[in-house]
Each structure stands twice: as C-alpha cells, then as structure tokens.
Ligand binder design. Structure first.
Ligand code: SAM
Length: 463
C-alpha cells in the first residue's frame, strides 16, 4: 500500500464523541479502487459543521486532525473566552454556547437511559450554572522540565501549556499559582522529567474553599525542602504568606513515585496547618491535600439539595451512604434520619468523615472503611435493612455485584448520585429484577465546558 503523507479534505461533523470532539466519516478510494472508510476525530467542532482538515496518513482507518477552517459554523458556535483553549486539555467545549452544552448533556443522559430500556422522559433538563466560570475549588498544575508551570496540552501528556490564566479556576487560586511559577523562574528550579525521572518539581495543587476562603498550596517535589533548597523555599513561604494571607496551609510533598500523580511519601508543612476548612450545606469539613471533596461547590450543593428532596428522609428511618467519602452527603442526611452508616474504601476519608461528624456535633452516624460489597454485607447483618440507601460511586460505577446486593437488601428508596451516566444506566438496570422503578433522573452540570455530567436519580421499591 502506498503511504499518502497528507490529504486536505472537507468533511461534515456528524456528532460529538464521548470526549467531546466532533466525528466525521469519509469514504475514500484506495489505489485498487476499493472504498475504504476513514473515521475522523476533529476536536473543537460541532455537529453539522463543514470543516476543512488536513489529515496525516489518511489511508488508515481512524485519524485525528485539528480543524483548519469552519466553512459553516453551527448557530451555537461562540468564541472561546480563554486564550489557552485551542491547546489546553482542560476544557473541550468553550466554543459551544453554554445552553448548547447543557442540551447535549441532557441528550446524552436520555440516550443512555433509553438504551437500557428506561423511559427517556424521566430525564429532566440539565441544571446548569448561572455563571459557568471560575467554578473549580481545586486545580492540579504540572511543571514542565524547564520549570514552567501549566496544564497538559490536549491529547499530549508530555507537553505543558504555560499558565497565563485559567477561567475555570478561582481567581485567587490562579494568582497564587502564578506567584509560584515566577518564583521557580527566579530560582531557576528544574521541573521533573517523566522519561529520565530527574528534576525537582512535579505538580502544584491549589485548593480554595469558596465558603471559608481558606487556601491550600501543595508543591510536589522529588526532594525534601531543605539543604540547598532551604533559601529558595524560605523565600516562597515568606512571599506567599505575605501576599496571600488566605493561604492557611502550605505543604511540600515528597513524591518519588514513577507514576505521574499527586501522591506523597513524606509531607512537610511549610506554613499553617496540613488541612483547610471547607463547608457544604452549612457543615464544616477538613480537607487535606489528598481528600476527595466535590470540586464545584456551587453545583455540589444543588446535588445535596436534590438528593434530600428526592429521598424525603425521615427521623424514623435508617440509612446507608455507600461510597460516602468524607461524608458530603452523610452529614446533611444524618441530621434528617434516625441512624446512618457510611461505607467507603479509603481509610483516611473514613477517618475524616468521623472527625467531620464529630466537629459538626453529629452523633447518629457511624463510618466503616470497607470495600462497598463486603462493607454492605457487614452493615446489613449488624444494622438491618435500611429504609433509605444513597450511593455515589466513582466513574466506574458500583458494578453488578454491589447493585444486586443493594437489590437484595430491599431498601424502600434508593438515591443514586452519579458522575458517569453510562455506568449509572447499566447499574440501575441491575435493580429491575428486585422490583424497583426508576422515578426521575436529574442531570446537574458540575463541569461546564467539559463533557462530564452528574445525575441524581430516585428509584422506589414497588411494594
Ligand atoms: C464520587 S466519590 C463520592 C464521595 C462522596 N459521596 C462525596 O460526595 O464527597 C466516590 C467515592 O467512592 C470511593 N470508592 C471507590 N471505590 C470504592 C469501593 N470499591 N468501595 C467503597 N468505596 C469506594 C472513593 O474513594 C470515593 O470517595
């Protein structure tokens, strides 16, 4: 087969894929005169648009190409607000009017629900944000090998887009990150090289509670912050504490693991404490650098309100909060039910949930550090059948075994909070043989300008 290096073509976008990119199909003739199908993934395009693209090696079956020209723009196409949008891997849909994004999310949830045999009319319109910017309370920036700080380039985990701004992160969070970036430049500190595993700085995590204003900075590095680094570290600590008095926790986290993630073997508190205080639904939470805490607090509050509204908890009832994390749902529910048990696999989250319950004067909640499946079996034996069960699993879903165990335990009402409509739809299908009816699915947009959508759904036992 002759290799064709490049071919420029005009294609029509049929739909967007699960990562938010436009998709087109082209039939090409090969040198033998046979028709061959070429599937194209074209980011930053919208359904129905005609687009000019230059495709590398178009004889292959599937190629990705960036649009060179949009020949007929979708009516919902808008200019991206962020100067980094074209390259940065953080947002995929800034070119899509916000109402269009919300409609796309609703349609997606309806489709996956229908594919599992449920009535799509049970899915309500996605609840969006009034102001879909600066919504994130946590960001993880990465250092490039030359020490510059930013976010990963779209589809390229080796390349870092140097940070000038970020419109989905809190403003003060970005300002503090830029301060750190300047300090790294001044001291000519090296970023970590993922190939050679050399270099010092790996990530900067910035968290800020929108409720208390408290901020945490966490620098992940391959060495301790002493010896030859001491002067440089003293400089940034003095500068940050002076310019950003809201920084109540400044952490240095040693990370020599080869995996590219924000974990730590040894932590050093450079200033303040090792956690910050945040709030949800009026309850106070301690948040450490590795604590899972909802990253869009405005919309997470709506999720909590919806879950309470759907569940209609009563003081006479017992409840299980499965995949409870640090108790984001457990605390608001505990004050409304008789007894509550939270189950979660990460021990530090369970320790945190216990402490959060104590800090908030909640005495009717217990927490168990266990895998969902074994934890559920254990709790059902000691606690008995709950009237109410809430589950909020990770993106991979709860899975058939857990869902069937839930079905067998026969709670009257099940509230399913999901961050992945696909696994949610297959999970709830598992409950049908146990006599449950899906009543309502409410999508909520926690991540504007991305493909992600959360759902809160109610299932009720038939008798
Ligand atoms: C989407 S988070 C929800 C946490 C909590 N409901 C909240 O809103 O903060 C999912 C949680 O499930 C936990 N998890 C993951 N796999 C688990 C398993 N097999 N058993 C129990 N918990 C698990 C994670 O540690 C995480 O805290």
């Amino acid at each position: 087969m002759t290799t064709i290096e490049k071919e420029t073509m005009i294609v029509e976008i049929k739909n967007v894929d699960e990562k938010g990119a436009g998709q087109a199909v082209v039939w090409r003739e090969n040198e033998l005169g046979n028709k061959k199908k070429l599937k194209l993934t074209i980011p930053q395009t919208l359904p129905g648009e005609k687009v000019r693209v230059t495709v590398d090696q178009p004889q292959r079956r599937h190629r990705k190409a960036m649009p060179e020209e949009i020949l007929n723009a979708h009516v919902e196409r808008i200019g991206a607000a962020c100067p980094h949008f074209e390259k940065c891997g953080g947002c995929v849909w800034q070119h899509w009017d916000y109402n269009g994004q919300l409609q796309q999310k609703t349609n997606h949830v309806k489709r996956v629900i229908e594919e599992q045999g449920f009535d799509p009319n049970l899915v309500k319109d996605t609840i969006g944000m009034d102001e879909p910017w600066r919504y994130r309370n946590k960001m993880e920036f990465t250092f490039a090998t030359d020490g510059s700080l930013g976010l990963h380039e779209q589809g390229n985990f080796r390349k870092i887009i140097s940070l000038e701004t970020c419109l989905i992160a809190g403003k003060e969070m970005v300002e503090a990150a830029l301060e750190v970036a300047n300090w790294v430049k001044e001291h000519a500190l090296k970023g970590y090289n993922k190939d050679t595993h050399e270099g010092l700085l790996r990530h900067l995590m910035v968290r800020q509670s929108f409720a208390t204003g408290e901020m945490m900075l966490a620098l992940f590095a391959t060495e301790a912050p002493d010896g030859s680094l001491k002067n440089a570290v003293d400089t940034i600590v003095a500068r940050i504490t002076e310019k950003f008095p809201q920084v109540k926790s400044f952490m240095w986290l040693e990370n020599t693991d080869w995996a590219d993630r924000t974990q730590s073997e040894k932590s050093h508190t450079l200033a303040g404490r090792d956690f910050i205080y945040d709030e949800m639904d009026g309850y106070r939470f301690r948040v450490w650098f590795d604590t899972f805490f909802q990253t869009n607090p405005t919309q997470a509050q709506k999720l909590v309100d919806l879950a309470v509204e759907m569940a209609e908890p009563k003081k006479s009832e017992n409840m299980i909060d499965l995949f409870c994390g640090v108790g984001t749902f457990s605390l608001p529910f505990a004050s409304r039910v008789g007894k509550l048990v939270g189950i979660e696999i990460v021990e530090s989250s369970i320790e945190s949930a216990k402490r959060n319950a104590g800090d908030n004067g909640i005495e009717n909640a217990t927490f168990l550090a266990q895998d969902a499946r074994t934890g559920l079996a254990q709790v059902l034996e000691t606690f008995g059948r709950p009237e109410l069960l809430l589950l909020d699993p990770p993106r991979s879903g709860a899975g058939g075994k857990v869902m069937r165990r839930i079905g067998r335990s026969q709670p009257e009402r099940i509230v399913y909070v999901s961050c992945n409509p696909d696994t949610f739809a297959t999970d709830i299908k598992q409950l049908e043989p146990f006599g449950y009816t899906l009543k309502v699915v409410q999508p909520v947009d926690l991540f504007p300008h991305t493909v992600h959508v959360e759902c809160c759904a109610l299932l009720v036992r038939n008798n």
